[in-house]
Write a protein that binds this ligand. Structure first.
Ligand code: 2NL
Length: 343
């Protein structure tokens, strides 16, 4: 009897420490403890050798031991899952993992990065600035007269609590801030989001993206402007692209021009994208107005410069043949995932 109790205590310890690592090990446990020739069975067979007055006490201990062996088996069977008979693990670690959806660059980011890359190869640095701007850096320094329509409450988002603040209407504020730092020469491109109080439609939105450029040094001429922009479109659209300049007006440049490229769809023959003109307008540009230089503490008799600005959405619409500007900000993955392979 004493010897049997000692054995049961040993087996209890073994059961409590058992960690079967797969269906094979669990089956070995079952055969060892619960099988027809297993430990539980053989201990019950020992009952006959126990003195009668001790049989009740031994029976209780034995039954408790049997329950421990059975419940341990049941809980491990549940943990490992059943129906696996390969003798290893219920979890197949060699199976490939579930696929995660791969994200993609936003078409506006792709376009912006391409443009930046071209100007960086020409020695332009990238500058950024605040989207909430004061009247000076967004309008006054840029030679926009006080009653210019762009300053109208109708066209610009003002910050109610601070009437001098507004959401920038172009990224020129960055260039003003860079010029005010007084480090010349200056050769920068300025990408960013801008805001205008427009009715949202397929062609206009209350926010969009611009990229402006500025080059200021001694003896910078309109010829430098033309050659820089010609290099840009050749890199962007290929060597066969043609350009033309049309006179225009901006308060911050003089002279000012719009630049067109030969239509990338019909190559000048005429189609509905270029409205049968053979040309697509891609940017505005000009020589920085002497007043703007003065406003930023730069001597217009010593320094000259050119500037240009383009709308990134407009270029992306043209490049990818998209007909609705709202698609860029709706976050519809059916639209966005079409750009997964476009860098
Ligand atoms: C357009 C035209 C333009 C500029 C932006 C600029 C900035 C400074 C001084 C002078 Cl600080 N000019 N920027 C110049 C000409 C045109 O943008 O159509 N943008 C979408």
């Amino acid at each position: 009897m004493e010897e049997l109790l000692r054995q049961i205590a040993e087996y209890r310890k073994e059961i409590l420490a058992a960690v079967p690592d797969g269906a094979g090990a669990l089956e070995a446990y079952r055969i060892r403890f619960l099988g027809t020739k297993g430990i539980v069975k053989s201990l019950f067979n020992e009952m006959k050798s126990v003195p009668n007055e001790k049989k009740k006490e031994f029976g209780l201990i034995l039954n408790e031991f049997k329950q421990l062996a059975e419940s341990t088996y049941a809980s491990w069977k549940e943990k490992l899952g059943d129906g696996i008979a390969d003798g290893t693990s219920a979890i197949d670690l060699t199976l490939p993992a579930d696929r995660l959806p791969v994200g993609s660059r936003h078409p506006i980011s792709i376009m912006r990065n391409n443009i930046i890359g071209i100007f960086q190869r020409l020695g332009f640095a990238v500058a950024e600035g605040p989207e909430i701007e004061d009247d000076w850096h967004n309008f006054t320094a840029l030679n926009l007269p006080e009653h210019h329509p762009a300053r109208d409450m109708q066209d610009t988002f003002y910050i109610h609590q601070h009437p001098d603040w507004l959401l920038r209407t172009h990224t020129s504020n960055i260039q003003i801030r860079e010029m005010e730092k007084g480090r010349l020469p200056l050769r920068i491109v300025c990408p960013g989001r801008v805001y205008r109080n427009e009715t949202i439609s397929s062609r206009s939105h209350c926010f969009f993206h611009q990229l402006e450029g500025l080059y200021i040094d001694e003896n910078v001429s309109f010829a430098d402007l033309k050659q820089t922009l010609y290099y840009f479109v050749q890199e962007m659209y290929g060597g066969a692209v043609k350009i033309r300049f049309r006179p225009s007006y901006f308060p911050f440049t003089e002279p000012s021009a719009e630049m067109d490229i030969s239509c990338q769809i019909c190559h000048g023959a005429g189609c509905n994208v270029c409205k049968y003109s053979g040309w697509l307008e891609i940017l505005g540009c000009g020589m920085v107005h002497p007043k703007v230089l003065e406003n930023c503490g730069i001597d217009p008799d010593k320094y000259t410069g050119f500037a240009f600005g383009m709308g990134i959405e407009r270029l992306a619409l043209q490049k990818y043949g998209i007909n609705d500007i709202r698609l860029f900000s709706e976050n519809d993955t059916r639209f966005l995932q079409q750009f997964t392979s476009a860098i």
